[in-house]
Design a protein around this ligand. Structure first.
Ligand SMILES: *[C@@H]1O[C@H](CO)[C@@H](O)[C@H](O)[C@H]1NC(C)=O
Ligand SMILES: *[C@@H]1O[C@H](CO)[C@@H](O)[C@H](O)[C@H]1NC(C)=O
Ligand SMILES: *[C@@H]1O[C@H](CO)[C@@H](O)[C@H](O)[C@H]1NC(C)=O
Ligand SMILES: *[C@@H]1O[C@H](CO)[C@@H](O)[C@H](O)[C@H]1NC(C)=O
Ligand SMILES: *[C@@H]1O[C@H](CO)[C@@H](O)[C@H](O)[C@H]1NC(C)=O
Ligand SMILES: *[C@@H]1O[C@H](CO)[C@@H](O)[C@H](O)[C@H]1NC(C)=O
Ligand SMILES: *[C@@H]1O[C@H](CO)[C@@H](O)[C@H](O)[C@H]1NC(C)=O
Ligand SMILES: *[C@@H]1O[C@H](CO)[C@@H](O)[C@H](O)[C@H]1NC(C)=O
Ligand SMILES: [Cu+2]
Length: 567
């Protein structure tokens, strides 16, 4: 039997492995020419190769990535999607939130403990950069996997949409006042394991920037054993519908005696809502991918898998393996209404509660650490949608989706419980009807059209965590808010010196409020208006100012035209 990762989450108590190892990766981020679908373009790779390598560790190991930026013209950063970064929030890699951008020729070290098994991935969390190629699988193995005796082979399958143009150009075009329908860029291809050729590796991760994908083996049934970072009770599925950033771990059984190949179909769609009565099949992009699970290398490699009908399995009804009960009673609630909006210059944006996210100067975590007892003042952080919750509170998060498409929402730092996720046209939340006894947990959830989701977390992981749509184009439209969890426990948190140094090198303050002002209430220098031109991660050269607390008249993020590197 094969185990394919579409993802698990575990909250099992584990004994710290005395044999825990430190796994170190020394990586240089570089531009690479690649043509995964036959069309050549520059992509972001590691050590002059692409696809980017896999990270693998076991529970209890320390994962260390020494990341050197050799892009020359762009900043970067590395986020470990689904890793909760317990006691290591500075390693979350969210540029602007938990670190400064990593400039060319600088390196920083990321180090964290692999404390939950599962199928994760890493990607740049800097200015629409992961659709340009900087992403890869991150697998945390579990020597005590409850399903270990159920499979013989463990495989990874990644699925993604792919674009022939670079993110900067795509986002620049999207963020124009004449984009009246808030249209995102559309992909040219579907990639499986970063290629458009045939493959038989099967852990499934969705690296998409926009689209969702169906995965179907007509001749074989899948059994889901894990979603994102959570083991679940085995559940049979004929079709999986992966939203961007989601993962499933599935078991696929091939009869002992059957020497044949099994075609599978990965069909991309732009988030069609298959819970709607009038759902139409995926838009006919050239984005279907047929792969072969090869059991007979000499046999037929041209078989096809077709989807006669779309009936994705409902992941909100899965039962976690550990049967952890619903958190309660709720002590704090965060209600977020998502809709598109326009900024003061009439540019298309995406909003939570009628506010779009605007990058500030000081990474939010650094402000939280330096503001001391005043770090609970949400107005200190500028327009990042800050919300605070105290240690060990039970936080209920409600997201109302006022749009007519599905959006996959992701929270850093937690595998949240899904308390309720009605089908499309479920309307805005009006109170919980039934609380599932043992709700499933994930880190990315599909929220259906004109509907909502109710999530819960136990706020026991002090840190600054972004909550955002994982359609990368919507992140660039501002569909992000910031959870500041247990700020009272972050006052003495130590930011590693190499992380501070890259800020200093760029003249970015590392203390004070959003603009680096010592007084939390001094809003001078806050970025309050969205920039009208989009530079992506383009590097503008080193600032000379080294003062950590002076609010510079040139906000770093407003990106003045002092383009010293590109001349
Ligand atoms: C990348 O290059 C660095 C520096 O030369 C080297 O230490 C490392 O082993 C390389 N890693 C990979 C995955 O090629
Ligand atoms: C990075 O270092 C290389 C080699 O020393 C140098 O040629 C290049 O100009 C540097 N890039 C930047 C942006 O400083
Ligand atoms: C939208 O505006 C941009 C910038 O002015 C322009 O380049 C583009 O051609 C316009 N697109 C359409 C469809 O009108
Ligand atoms: C990946 O996620 C995107 C965005 O939600 C979705 O449109 C696409 O269908 C997904 N791909 C797969 C193979 O599930
Ligand atoms: C992709 O596959 C689906 C399901 O079999 C089918 O409905 C659709 O027409 C295919 N699209 C293309 C472009 O071949
Ligand atoms: C949203 O904000 C804009 C300006 O920021 C304002 O004009 C509009 O009335 C607000 N809409 C709602 C529903 O509050
Ligand atoms: C909090 O802010 C007040 C001003 O509102 C200031 O007097 C006080 O010193 C600040 N406390 C800390 C711990 O920084
Ligand atoms: C940086 O350089 C690469 C390689 O030459 C190029 O493809 C890319 O567009 C540049 N990035 C920006 C933001 O201009
Ligand atoms: Cu979205």
């Amino acid at each position: 039997m094969f185990r394919s990762s579409f993802i698990p989450l575990t909250i099992v108590v584990y004994v710290v492995n005395v044999l825990a190892a430190t796994i170190t990766y020394n990586w240089e981020v570089t531009w690479v020419w690649a043509a995964p679908d036959g069309f050549g373009r520059p992509v972001i790779g590691i050590n002059n190769t692409w696809p980017c390598p896999i990270i693998e560790a076991s529970i209890g190991d320390t994962v260390v990535v020494n990341l050197l930026n050799k892009l020359g013209n762009e900043t970067t950063g590395m986020h470990f999607h689904g890793i909760n970064q317990i006691n290591s929030n500075a390693m979350d890699g969210s540029v602007g939130s938990s670190q400064c951008p990593l400039p060319p020729n600088y390196s920083i070290t990321y180090s964290f403990t692999a404390n939950e098994a599962g199928t994760y991935w890493y990607h740049s969390h800097n200015m629409g950069q992961y659709p340009d190629g900087f992403r890869g699988p991150l697998i945390i193995h579990n020597p005590d996997d409850p399903y270990i005796s159920d499979y013989d082979v463990d495989m990874v399958l990644t699925v993604s949409d792919w674009y022939h143009k670079q993110s900067k150009e795509l986002v620049t075009k999207m963020l124009q006042p004449n984009n009246t329908k808030f249209e995102p860029p559309r992909p040219e291809s579907a990639l499986v394991n970063e290629g458009a050729g045939k493959t038989y590796r099967v852990r499934i991760l969705n690296f998409s920037a926009l689209t969702s994908a169906f995965v179907v083996f007509n001749a074989l049934q899948m059994q889901i054993i894990m979603v994102d970072g959570t083991y679940v009770r085995k559940e049979a599925a004929n079709q999986l519908h992966l939203m961007a950033a989601q993962r499933y771990d599935v078991l696929i059984k091939i009869g002992d005696s059957s020497l044949q190949n099994y075609p599978f179909l990965v069909a991309l769609d732009t988030n069609t809502d298959f819970t709607a009565k009038d759902a139409t099949p995926p838009v006919a992009y050239h984005t279907n991918f047929t792969g072969q699970l090869i059991n007979d290398p000499k046999g037929n490699l041209n078989g096809e898998s077709v989807i006669p009908e779309f009936f994705p399995q409902d992941d909100s009804l899965l039962i976690p393996f550990d049967e952890q009960p619903a958190f309660g009673p709720v002590t704090k609630q965060w209600v977020l209404d998502f809709d598109y909006c326009r900024d003061s210059n009439n540019y298309p944006r995406a909003c939570f509660n009628n506010r779009t996210f605007i990058d500030q100067k000081v990474p939010t975590l650094y402000s939280v650490v330096s503001l001391g007892a005043n770090n609970t003042e949400v107005s200190a952080y500028g327009q990042v949608g800050a919300f605070t919750v105290g240690y060990n509170e039970v936080l209920e998060i409600v997201i109302n989706n006022h749009d007519t498409a599905i959006h996959p929402f992701h929270l850093h730092g937690h595998q949240f419980q899904i308390i309720g996720r009605p089908k499309s046209d479920g309307g805005v939340w009006k109170g919980n009807k039934v609380i599932p006894a043992t709700p499933v947990r994930r880190d990315t959830v599909a929220v259906f059209a004109n509907s909502h989701v109710v999530l819960r977390i136990l706020a026991n992981n002090p840190g600054v965590f972004l909550l955002h749509c994982h359609i990368e184009w919507h992140v660039e439209m501002g569909l992000t808010v910031t959870l500041i969890e247990a700020p009272e426990r972050l006052v003495h948190y130590k930011i590693p010196q190499d992380h501070i140094d890259i800020c200093k090198a760029q003249g970015i303050p590392t203390e004070g409020n959003a603009a680096g002002n010592e007084a939390w209430y001094n809003t001078e220098g806050f970025v309050t208006v969205n920039p009208t031109s989009y530079a992506g991660a383009l590097y503008y050269g080193v600032k000379t100012s080294t003062s950590a607390t002076v609010a510079s008249s040139h906000s770093y993020l407003s990106r003045p035209n002092n383009n010293s590197f590109l001349g």
